[in-house]
Design a protein around this ligand. Sequence first.
Ligand SMILES: Nc1ncnc2c1ncn2[C@@H]1O[C@H](COP(=O)(O)OP(=O)(O)O)[C@@H](O)[C@H]1O
Ligand SMILES: [Mg+2]
Length: 384
Amino acid sequence: MYVRHLKVRNWRNFPRIDVDLQQRQFVVGPNASGKSNLMDVFRFLRDIAKVEGGGLQKAVADRGGMTKIRNLAARRDPDIAIEVRFCDPVNGRETWRYELGLKQQARGNRHTLITYERVSKDEAVILDRPNEEDREDIVRLTQTYLEQITTNRTFREIARYFQAITYHHLVPSLLRHADLTGGRTLEGDPYGQDFLDRIAREHDRSRKARLSRIEAVLKAAVPRLEQLEFIRDPETGRPHLQALYAHWRPRAGIQREDQFSDGTLRLIGMLWALLEGESLLFLEEPELCLHPGIVNRLAALIQRMQRNTGRQVLISTHSAALLSDPDIEPEEVLLLKPVHEGSEAEVAGDVTDALLLLERDVDEERAPRERTLEKDPNQLSLFE
Ligand SMILES: Nc1ncnc2c1ncn2[C@@H]1O[C@H](COP(=O)(O)OP(=O)(O)O)[C@@H](O)[C@H]1O
Ligand SMILES: [Mg+2]
């Protein structure tokens, strides 16, 4: 199942969003157009549904309160509304729908209150709040049913889906210096500090299967790379990735992840993330540190990895090279356009619309960031 439709009102810099989403969805817009804010709608739902330390009040407080997440321009109709529709990828029919309305308590401790919470399955309503119990005890409206094990039983499937939403933005230096950060990793490990441990925790068989898929891609993208494997340091027991490069001196071509280029590390991290789960995945600017010769094949690569897991991916990008893949359909590109008092989100009529939107602010930004990964045009053709 995947998120087919997103509708929100008064969320951060968006007065409203009402768009269909595809299984591979690019999100394009100039700086500060709301790419991160759009992804935050889903992270917000994840934070509510989280098993440990989740919940509506915490998810709002972690964002600085309702005044921070509600659209600043919203005056007369200040409620926040979120609606997510899921569908079955095979027959395209709607499966689940989750709707949540929020407002701030007018007086007192200014808690966030639910104005409504609704769940439908196969178009039949299975939850509709406020219900009788809520009317008897208003305090109940400070908690969603989504966040409570005792109340989300009939829609556990979407609670689990939200919990498993992942954000991925591997920062090579954080991974390399994981020891220096004192073993403290951010929740959900968005920046990949814990990446090697995550690989280590995987069952042998699936780890091997995933690494061999990744190896196949790397062989095509990184010159002379012949093998990628998981090892443990014989002395410390710490997990490592090791690559074997063709080299005229035996053993001279062995490198551990701390010697990989930033581009190679980010590519490995992204591919692993694509193979790691079945819920929604966000990739933030996957083009960073990659050579354009690889960037213009990323879209195809992502799709190829999706075939294994069916994982839906939302990809924010600043890269014209990434969008230059002729197989990208216009509906796979969501444009965020700054307008008076916020941004609008709309599906592209044509992929070149996205390129025009990008031109507004990329040139000076993009050039230095799309640095070189090892390039070898002959090898790149192996992607096909
Ligand atoms: N509650 C809000 N109301 C209106 N604008 C907001 C709100 N919260 C954040 N913003 C604005 O959204 C913009 C940042 O959006 P962001 O998602 O970080 O952009 P991007 O990721 O595309 O660079 C900033 O200009 C910020 O001021
Ligand atoms: Mg951003």
